[in-house]
Design a protein around this ligand. Structure first.
Ligand code: C5P
Length: 414
């Protein structure tokens, strides 16, 4: 790993979005870590935060105008981006990203981006419809190919009252990404840590429990909430993948921009996977019921004098093993989950072999771990070579990390 840059300096472009207020906190964090910050404020950005706040926090003059003679005599505009070790756009609005993707140079921010050969990191922030619009997705794919890095956006409530992907990453997340970028002078290292480039890839993800009918009103089920699978679908979509999410019954909202198929039973899930194939990455995050009732009743089973009914169970199709063992259209990367309550790694290793998949994501679902239905997860990644224990992360962060990890494996294989 390369040595961290001494006395690092960044050029921060603040675009016009409500998230601009978070950039004030970002500057505070950077200054506390002794990072020099020079701010460029766009015209729209100035509608949300004042140059005075930005100047006070950064301790530097704020640049706003491409044609300012005073600025030009103090420090040539082009110098601004040359002096920085890293260019950061936060918030990176749809408009700023579109300009950058097209190579416009009609204001100070776009001119600096075009004139800079420094690594650029963008924290997109916009309404989720704008974010998922094909035009924005096209611009993001273009910029990724051109070498720009991205942090976020996250899913969440938006200032406009809607909910979805497009909320700017939190200041501390952007700060961490900046630190990562500043500590890596080799682009490939940075690429490994920050890039989740899955543009042009297709992912199929199963999620949630399955419900296996006993009669028209009763069913066998399990405690899966679907949270982890849904978070993976969102992370994969944010990384540019085309995503098909095949979900059993859960109380979650299908992520916008994701192809969604709702199913009830294991057999329906297996059939939906069959229809959705082929793909580049298949992730079986669903807690599929191992058994179903062999002959479920057409009518509600009545309490009777014969005592409780005897339910004869029969095995469900193993969707993961079925996909992993396909001869035709086997996805290049097949990933399963292993929810275990004991001997986590050993069981996961055996499961990987038994199912024939490439990677098993193991997690401890003993009640004490609080994973089932909870918001956090401690993942252990088991592949043919190794087992890696990841720290306890929110399901969202774990999903992002998993997607980035799988993206890297796929990139190495193709
Ligand atoms: O065999 P077990 O249920 O422990 O394996 C868990 C993994 O297998 C998960 O990835 C789950 O989605 C997948 N699975 C499946 N179809 C089944 C049972 C499990 O796809 N019938």
């Amino acid at each position: 790993m390369a040595e961290p840059i001494k006395n690092p300096s960044i050029l921060l472009i603040v675009g016009g979005g409500i998230a601009a207020y978070k950039s004030l906190e970002l500057i505070r964090l950077l200054r506390a870590a002794e990072v020099e910050v020079r701010v460029v404020l766009t015209k729209a950005g100035a509608q949300f935060v004042t140059p005075l706040s930005l100047a006070s926090l950064s301790g530097n003059k704020v640049y706003e105008d491409l044609f300012s003679l005073t600025d030009e005599t103090e420090m040539g505009h082009i110098e601004l981006s040359r002096q920085a070790d890293l260019v950061v756009m936060a918030p990176a609005t749809a408009d700023l990203l579109a300009k950058a993707a097209q190579g416009h140079a009609n204001d100070l921010a776009s001119t600096l981006l075009l004139a800079s050969d420094k690594t650029a990191l963008a924290a997109p922030a916009m309404n989720w419809r704008m974010f998922t619009h094909p035009a924005t997705q096209r611009n993001l794919a273009r910029l990724r190919t051109d070498g720009m890095f991205f942090i976020g956006p996250n899913d969440g409530a938006m200032a406009c009252g809607e909910f979805g992907p497009g909320r700017m990453a939190e200041p501390v997340e952007i700060f961490d990404a900046i630190q990562t970028a500043l500590n890596r002078t080799k682009r490939t290292d940075l690429h490994d840590e920050l890039c989740q480039d899955l543009a042009g890839r297709k992912m199929i993800i199963t999620a949630g429990p399955t419900h296996e009918p006993i009669d028209p009103v009763r069913y066998l089920a399990n405690r899966s909430s679907g949270k982890q699978g849904y978070a993976i679908a969102r992370a994969a979509q944010a990384a540019g993948a085309e995503v098909v999410l095949i979900s059993g019954p859960v109380s979650l909202v299908a992520p916008p921009g994701v192809g969604f198929v709702g199913v009830e039973t294991a057999r329906e899930m297996a059939a939906a996977v069959e229809v959705a194939l082929p793909c580049d990455i298949f992730i079986a995050a669903a807690a599929v019921a191992d058994w179903r009732v062999e002959a479920d009743s057409d009518q509600k089973i009545k309490k009777g004098s014969e005592g409780p009914p005897l339910l004869r169970l029969t095995e469900n199709p193993d969707i993961l093993a079925g996909v992993a063992r396909r001869v035709e259209n086997r996805p290049p990367l097949v990933v399963g989950f292993a929810a275990e309550t004991e001997n986590l790694i050993e069981h996961a290793r055996q499961k990987r072999m038994r199912k024939g998949c490439d990677v098993i994501v193991a997690n401890d679902v003993s009640p004490a771990a609080g994973v089932m239905g909870g918001d956090d997860n401690t993942m252990v990644i088991v592949d043919a070579e190794s087992e890696t224990v990841w720290p306890k992360l929110s399901k969202e962060d774990a999903a992002r990390r998993l997607v980035a990890h799988l993206g890297r494996i796929l990139a190495k294989r193709s």
